[in-house]
Ligand binder design. Structure first.
Ligand code: DX5
Ligand code: ZN
Length: 237
């Protein structure tokens, strides 16, 4: 492997089922697992924190038996806390939330962990990384939004690259001081043609919705696009 210092050695791909065929969701999540996806990214929108309405714990529970890979629940809801036990019970493995949507960020992180899930914060494109300052020890993942949350199929916001580099440095400093590993995820507008620069900037976990589920389905599943994303991310491997 020829990783530069800024580059994480692993790449986790998290297809967002926001762009899947909701009428065939079980089949869709099985297909992405078979194709080599690492996580199922599950976008929860409440028509309050974001101007869209999607899926909740009942749908999480319904897809849970269809896959063994972790379900990565991205909460775009306000307030946050009441949904955490429901998603944990529904089989979520990772739960992330937007800090400005929680009255007590530290408490919400603890609540997620108490329910046996990995916890993460999500920062919107205009949200400062200062939110991370006092909770690094409680984070399993940091998610940087590279679009404004609410819809699939938007264009990647380039200033995310600098933010990824800054957060990658914070994680490195945290780990150098004896801290736990923290995954760095990016969400929004990730495609075959930009994933390389995204990974080079420090992301180790990439959400891709429309790029995966909107891909030409030549192989009867999503193997072609998942392997194209991996190859594009690390072209020298
Ligand atoms: C946006 C969601 C994303 C979205 C990504 O609010 O959080 O997960 O589904 O979709 P693409 O990859 O199409 O930008
Ligand atoms: Zn998402």
């Amino acid at each position: 492997m020829t990783d530069s210092p800024a580059q994480a050695p692993v790449l986790r791909l998290a297809p967002s089922i926001l762009s899947a065929d909701f009428a065939r969701l079980g089949e869709e999540v099985r297909a992405i697992q078979t194709a080599g996806a690492d996580l199922v990214h599950f976008d929860v929108m409440d028509n309050h924190y974001v101007p869209n309405l999607t899926i909740g714990p009942l749908v999480c529970e319904a897809i849970r038996p269809h896959v063994t890979i972790p379900i990565d629940v991205h909460l775009m809801v306000e307030p946050v806390d009441a949904l955490i036990p429901l998603f944990a019970k529904a089989g979520a493995n990772i739960i992330t939330f937007h800090p400005e949507a929680s009255r007590h960020v530290d408490r919400t992180l603890q609540l997620i962990k108490e329910h046996g899930c990995r916890a993460g914060l999500v920062l919107n494109p205009a949200t400062t990384v200062d939110w991370l300052d006092h909770v690094m020890d409680k984070l399993d993942m940091i998610l940087l939004m590279s679009v404004n949350p609410g819809f699939g199929g938007q264009k990647f916001i380039p200033s995310t690259l600098g933010k990824l580099r800054a957060v990658r440095q914070r994680i490195a400093a945290h780990q150098a001081a004896g801290g736990q590993p923290i995954w760095l995820q990016v969400d929004g507008g990730v495609k075959v043609d930009n994933i390389h620069e995204i990974v080079r900037a420090g992301a180790d976990t990439c959400v891709a919705g429309s790029a995966v589920f909107g891909a030409p389905d030549a192989d009867g599943g999503y193997r072609t696009v998942i392997s194209a994303l991996r190859r594009a991310a690390h072209p020298t491997e």
